[in-house]
Design a protein around this ligand. Sequence first.
Ligand SMILES: NC(=O)c1ccc[n+]([C@@H]2O[C@H](COP(=O)([O-])OP(=O)(O)OC[C@H]3O[C@@H](n4cnc5c(N)ncnc54)[C@H](OP(=O)(O)O)[C@@H]3O)[C@@H](O)[C@H]2O)c1
Length: 163
Amino acid sequence: MKLVHLQVACAENRVIGRDGRLPWRIPEDYQHFLSQTAGQIVILGRVCFESWTRAELDGRRPIVLTRNRSLARDGVRVVDSLPAALALAETLPGEIHVCGGERIYAETLALGRPLRLHLTLVHAQVEGDTRFPEWRHLRWRELSRQESADANFRYTFYVLETL
Ligand SMILES: NC(=O)c1ccc[n+]([C@@H]2O[C@H](COP(=O)([O-])OP(=O)(O)OC[C@H]3O[C@@H](n4cnc5c(N)ncnc54)[C@H](OP(=O)(O)O)[C@@H]3O)[C@@H](O)[C@H]2O)c1
């Protein structure tokens, strides 16, 4: 079984999204996300998929969770559950990166299988309607941590792995 990677940027109050979009623009984090997931399998919900541009889709193998089968097209696979997405991902070359949203993150954290969390923690309280589930109570080993900032935000890139 492949290791499952989770990709998320979340605020201190666990907010990750607002009105179907990211609640911030942090170019360094965006580039970080693109380089981490380049060439890999990305599992994402339908709302995320609809917000992704060509820059995010190109060079990745998206598996979209939705009841709407008609979203399937060349290079875009569609499934209706996380277990189906993971089973399909096992048959494809590349790493598995779970990219949200909220319910998909929650189901992934509850899987009880080895996870590597690529977390950008944005050191701010941010308004939004979508949250990353509480993760701090789970047991993690910290593989790396890098502090950074731009004109608007301070943030930390963490890589954590389940114990
Ligand atoms: N900061 C970050 O790192 C980050 C990461 C990801 C997302 N976001 C933000 O979060 C928001 C989007 O996330 P969201 O939670 O609202 O939506 P989402 O997960 O992207 O999409 C929700 C839809 O996906 C399908 N779906 C989700 N979970 C499913 C499951 N377990 N089984 C089957 N189908 C499932 C359903 O599609 P159908 O209704 O079509 O059946 C559902 O309506 C946006 O604001 C986005 O910018 C932020």
